[in-house]
Ligand binder design. Structure first.
Ligand code: GLA
Length: 392
């Protein structure tokens, strides 16, 4: 079966694939979704707010224990390749398998040692599109291994703990200094809701987000922009924020308010740092306004928040690229209520909120823009807020 992105759905095939690669049945199979962030970008590592939804597109992990300490990882996306790791030391795996190895290692470090494992993964998520395929992989494997070591992650607090381990895997094994939004979305989102995350405390609030009932749709446009320097630019943004917080004498930029932006202390920051700070501060405020509007049932009115978020990410935070800006402009010209880049930036996807019956018109307008600028074919799909990681 082919999914909306032109990839294959994963259904039960992970079980059959596990059997054909490893010659036995898996002990458990878990699914974990990717995410799009509705609003609240580059705020999580500043102790701020974000509002992701889980996608219906998932990564599946079929897992079985071994009687030695060896980890073997295979993937439907890389037929014939089995990554074999005799010992789990962070940073030793360069490949895609590091996300699986990283979470197994982080669980072991936390005293939840499953011993050796065979892991087969299959994914509906395109890689490198900014839809958190890596977090989905960590969380699917993490959920499966948690079950095998007898750790019940149904309680939300246990899920919050697994989020930290998946983040540790990403930070220390894969060496990407990311925040907790992606793993939180993958593990703690629920059907029909956006998830308000307060990254300072890791507290979450489920915010009803029923687009269909309002005749709305959220269009995701995969710009298929080649990613460049993503890790180094991300790390640089994070460093600037941390240095600005230190200069201002606050624990993090979460502690700077919109009013503070006009005080002499904040104005004294260098021009670049000031713009980075302004993005984070105004973005936190936009997240909270968006949540208020959603809670009031004024869903269309979040559109201008999304568009303002994009302008801030483009001009102040400088994580957009021309193709993404052109996608946002085309969506707005074609009648979207709001549109913005979603995820870490430098390419990836745009989301656009529009009346469901105008989505085809939006797609046609974006396609015309891409054709006129030789951007190739974008990918399109609409999303409903879906469930977090679960056992299949
Ligand atoms: C990436 C990171 C997240 C978050 C976003 C930007 O997706 O993994 O932690 O920082 O970028 O909002």
């Amino acid at each position: 079966m082919v999914n909306a992105l032109g990839g294959f759905t994963v259904d039960d095939s992970a079980v059959a694939d596990f059997r054909s690669v490893f010659g036995r049945a898996p002990e458990t199979v878990w699914a974990a979704p990717g995410r799009v962030n509705v609003i609240g970008e580059h705020t999580d590592y500043n102790d701020g707010f974000s509002l992701p939804i889980a996608l219906p597109l998932r990564t599946i992990a079929a897992v079985g224990r071994r009687d030695d300490n060896v980890l073997r990882v295979a993937s439907a996306q890389r037929p014939g390749e089995i990554v074999t790791l005799p010992d789990l030391v962070p940073g030793k795996t360069e490949s895609w398998a590091s996300y699986a190895a990283g979470i197994v290692w982080a669980l072991r470090e936390a005293g939840r040692d499953a011993g050796g494992l065979d892991v087969f993964v299959d994914s509906e998520l395109p890689e490198g599109a900014g839809l958190s395929s890596s977090a989905a992989l960590e969380c699917a494997v993490g959920g499966a291994v948690a079950e095998l070591v007898g750790w019940n992650i149904e309680p939300d607090l246990a899920r919050a703990e697994l989020v930290r381990l998946a983040q540790r895997a990403e930070n220390e094994d894969v060496r990407a200094p990311t925040g907790i939004m992606d793993q939180t979305a993958s593990l703690r989102c629920t059907d029909g809701h956006a998830l308000l995350l307060d990254a300072r405390t890791a507290a979450v609030t489920q915010v009803p987000f029923d687009l269909r009932a309002d005749g709305l749709a959220l269009l995701v446009v995969d710009s298929k922009t080649p990613h460049e320097h993503v890790h180094s630019e991300y790390a640089a943004r994070r460093r600037t924020c941390e240095e600005a917080a230190a200069t201002l004498g606050v624990p993090s930029l979460r502690d700077v308010s919109e009013e503070d932006l006009d005080t002499p202390a904040v104005r004294a920051l260098d021009e670049l740092s000031y713009r980075r700070v302004r993005h984070v501060v105004t973005e936190n405020a936009r997240v909270l306004r968006t949540v208020d509007l959603l809670e009031d049932g004024r869903v269309r009115e979040i559109g201008p928040m999304l568009t303002a978020s994009h302008a801030s990410l483009r001009d102040d935070y400088e994580v957009s690229v021309p193709r993404i800006d052109a996608t946002v402009d085309a969506a707005l010209d074609a009648g979207a209520y709001g549109a913005r880049i979603t995820g870490g930036g430098f390419g990836g996807c745009v989301i656009a909120l529009a009346d469901a019956d105008t989505i085809e018109q939006l797609q046609a307008a974006i396609q015309r823009t891409y054709a006129a600028r030789d951007y190739g074919q974008p990918g399109f799909f609409t999303v409903a807020p879906s469930a977090g990681a679960h056992r299949l």
